[in-house]
Design a protein around this ligand. Structure first.
Ligand SMILES: [Zn+2]
Length: 228
């Protein structure tokens, strides 16, 4: 794919001067071209979060890729669709992209979401903070962390090896793309609005990075940030 970088950071990545994405995060630089992420993390995968859905006949919710919303306008109804995509390498990096667009252009909309997800990419702090496990490998998270979006509050908690991801299906896509294999999750609020639920979990993952972890605990819990 042809890429003409528009930013200084983009040019440094395209020329091979920067080859490590961790340097970008360590220097606190802003990624404003999705191609930077494509170049530095070539094995990125993506998943569509099913944020749409209506109460279908016979109970249960039929989940769909796009969420359609209607608002009234003086000339009639206006329709809008929105979608959400998660990207990650299953090894310490994940991003969430949410966007809206015109009805009937789903492919373009998903492309827009995926680009946004790359620009929102974060390194994920992994480790083993489970007192039942204490294996010192990065299969879970190093400590419990809270996240919030709208009315939704979540708490992610370290789980011992083999427990798996004790979360709902859509949250599972995000957590597994981040490279976390075992975790517990407690939720509060209106978790049926999956947009806020996913954003709250992403908020929690982002908050993990803000903790200043003492060196001795880093080693004991096998903490890794990104792929360091
Ligand atoms: Zn463990």
């Amino acid at each position: 794919m042809e890429w003409n970088p528009k930013t200084e950071l983009g040019r440094k990545v395209a020329s091979g001067e920067i080859t490590d994405i961790d340097k970008i995060f360590a220097d606190g630089l802003k990624i404003s071209e999705p191609e930077i992420v494509d170049a530095l993390l070539p094995n990125l995968e993506s998943e569509i979060i099913l944020i749409g859905g209506s109460g279908g006949k016979g109970g249960g919710i039929r989940r769909t890729i796009v969420r359609r919303t209607t608002r009234m306008h003086k000339s009639g109804r206006r329709y809008k669709t929105s979608a959400m995509v998660v990207v990650g390498n299953k090894d310490g990096y994940v991003g969430v992209g949410f966007a809206d667009g015109q009805v009937s252009k789903t492919r373009e909309l998903l492309e827009k979401c995926s680009k946004k997800a790359k620009l929102n990419l974060i390194p994920v702090m992994r480790g083993c903070g489970s007192w039942e496990c204490r294996c010192g490998t990065p299969h879970s998270i190093p400590f419990a962390v809270d996240g919030k979006c709208g009315s939704v509050e979540v708490r992610l908690m370290p789980a011992p090896k083999g427990i798996g991801l004790c979360v709902s299906d859509e949250v599972k896509k995000l957590i597994s793309l981040a490279g976390i294999k075992d975790v517990w999750c407690r939720t509060k609020g209106n978790t049926r609005t999956r947009i806020n639920l996913i954003k709250a979990v992403f908020d929690a993952l982002r908050k993990l990075n803000r903790f200043k972890v003492p060196e001795e605990y880093r080693e004991k819990a096998g903490i890794r940030v990104g792929r360091e």
